[in-house]
Design a protein around this ligand. Structure first.
Ligand code: ZN
Ligand code: CU
Length: 496
């Protein structure tokens, strides 16, 4: 006799490599996948010991009934830095099958930050002043280890946080050499503390004055740790192509693995530019590690900012700190109600949040389909009325874009949210269904998986995500969080 934790039988395993599914049983023990074997087998070997199947006992047996078993999804683009503490069940993500979140994107991260002055946009997206209490990444890490969530977390260090600290709040200019040195020192510490890399938000006030050279000097630090560089580029509209070129240059000169965040073509006049941007990226891939992530919607969401309004077809204002009881409404209607200009509305409501309808389906499809593009939700958990991507991204890619539109196979869709992501971000022993790998697992009803969150009702869980395991523990079943918190702080692989 031998005792193990969990047997999942009769699953069609899609293992995260992009390869075709195969029928298999799977054994989980502690936090690992310890065996994969065909249901017809009578005898198996586990860690080089032979067992008869009939002699094995399990604490839990699950019949997958020929549904899909996949690696837990990795949301490579999140702003869940504080959400993992506010709602440790992380229902918005585990309900989609997500078991790992990369936090600290778009240049903003809760750590490292030691600054008491006013903060520029988009830093307030992460929360109110009191949540910024981690002078070092290790403080954030230790707090997560003490107060874990249902999902794993890996942290990017936000360039804007380094900037605001090093420049003592005077961020509307290029950093001088001394300030760059201060940022580099902070980044060295962050990487030693377990950050996996650096993110920028060059389109936002906090960082838009940073010249390319400033970013290159910081990216060079990453090289020493084999960290990753992710970027919300300087421009995703009229200057998209120049921004892609700038990103390629940063990656090329620094020699650092680079990811373009939420790649898109914003604004009608820029629709179609993804043909050129993806060509540039594809060519650059021959010489450097360059990847991208995207979310499956044609509207974006961030703070309510004047520059962002002009290029959108339609802007929904979703929250305001100044007008607490604001109803979600089109900015033009609010302007009419207030009897003022759209710019005045921004001044009256700021800080505030918005959803911008500004992308084209053809660009979106092309970017989603692009070889090796990864899925990241960019969800904003702090919003009372968030963009539906927070609750819907992953099932939407599986249900709408793979099953219904057949943009790519289910195997490829899953590769874009698991194996590809783990390999790119250096998450060791995750992202694949393999013996010896962590048991981050999702069971999916392939015929019914679909997002249900909408722009009107964004907080509705998806269908077809049946059971989810993080590090071997059940965290989601039958549309309910199990309130287990096995999530780990992931430090990423040090490649060298
Ligand atoms: Zn962003
Ligand atoms: Cu983002």
């Amino acid at each position: 006799m031998a005792d193990f934790d969990t047997l999942i039988s009769n699953g069609h395993i899609i293992d995260g490599t992009g390869e075709k599914r195969f029928l298999s049983n799977l054994i989980i023990h502690n936090d690992k996948i310890i065996s994969l074997f065909h249901p017809s087998k009578k005898q198996i070997s586990i860690r080089n010991k032979n067992y008869l199947i009939k002699d094995l006992r399990f604490k839990r047996k699950i019949d997958a009934q020929f549904h899909i078993i996949a690696p837990g999804f990795i949301d490579v683009h999140t702003h869940d830095d504080q959400n993992v503490f506010d709602d440790p069940s992380m229902s918005c993500k585990i309900s989609q099958g997500v078991t790992t979140c990369i936090v600290g994107n778009c240049g903003i991260s809760l750590a490292p930050f030691n600054f008491s002055g006013n903060v520029p946009a988009p830093i307030p997206l992460l929360g109110k002043k009191e949540v910024f209490k981690y002078a070092r990444v290790r403080d954030y890490r230790d707090n997560f280890i003490k107060n874990p969530s249902s999902i794993n977390v890996a942290l990017l260090t936000g360039h804007s946080m380094l900037r605001v600290q090093a420049m003592n709040g005077d961020y509307n200019r290029a950093a001088n050499n001394e300030e760059i040195k201060t940022m580099q020192d902070l980044l060295h510490k962050a990487m030693k503390d377990g950050s996996i890399g650096l993110s920028t938000g060059l389109a936002y006030p906090a960082a838009s004055s940073a010249p390319t050279e400033e970013i290159i000097e910081l990216a060079k630090v990453l090289k020493e740790y084999n960290g990753i560089f992710t970027t919300h580029m300087r421009n995703e509209g009229d200057n998209l192509i120049n921004s892609v070129k700038e990103t390629i240059k940063i990656g090329e000169v620094s020699g650092v693995r680079t990811v373009i965040s939420h790649h898109k073509c914003a604004g009608r006049t820029n629709w179609g530019k993804s043909k050129k941007s993806l060509k540039l990226i594809e060519n650059a891939k021959n010489n450097q590690h360059l990847d991208l992530d995207c979310y499956p919607y044609t509207a974006s969401s961030t703070m309510l900012l004047k520059d962002f309004i002009a290029r959108a077809d339609k802007v929904l204002v979703t929250w305001s700190d100044k007008v607490k009881d604001l109803k979600v409404n089109d900015i033009n209607n609010i302007a009419e109600e207030f009897d003022c200009s759209v710019d005045d509305v921004v001044d009256k409501l700021y800080p505030a949040g918005a959803i911008y309808f500004q992308m084209d389906d053809d660009d979106l499809n092309r970017i989603l389909k692009f070889n090796g593009s990864m899925i990241g939700s960019d969800g904003l958990p702090g919003d009372k009325h968030p963009h539906p991507r927070l609750w819907g991204t992953f099932p939407r890619v599986l249900g709408k874009y793979s099953r219904e539109m057949q943009l790519f196979s289910l195997e490829e869709a899953i590769f874009k949210m698991t194996g590809k992501s783990a390999a790119t971000f250096g998450l060791e022993k995750r992202g694949f269904i393999k013996e010896g790998y962590f048991a981050d697992i999702v069971i999916i009803d392939e015929q019914n998986v679909i997002d249900n969150a909408t722009y009107e009702k964004p907080l509705i869980p998806s269908s077809g995500i049946e059971q989810v395991f993080t590090n071997g523990q059940l965290v989601w079943k039958n549309l309910k969080a199990k309130l287990n918190f096995p999530g780990k702080f992931l430090e990423g692989k040090k490649f060298n």
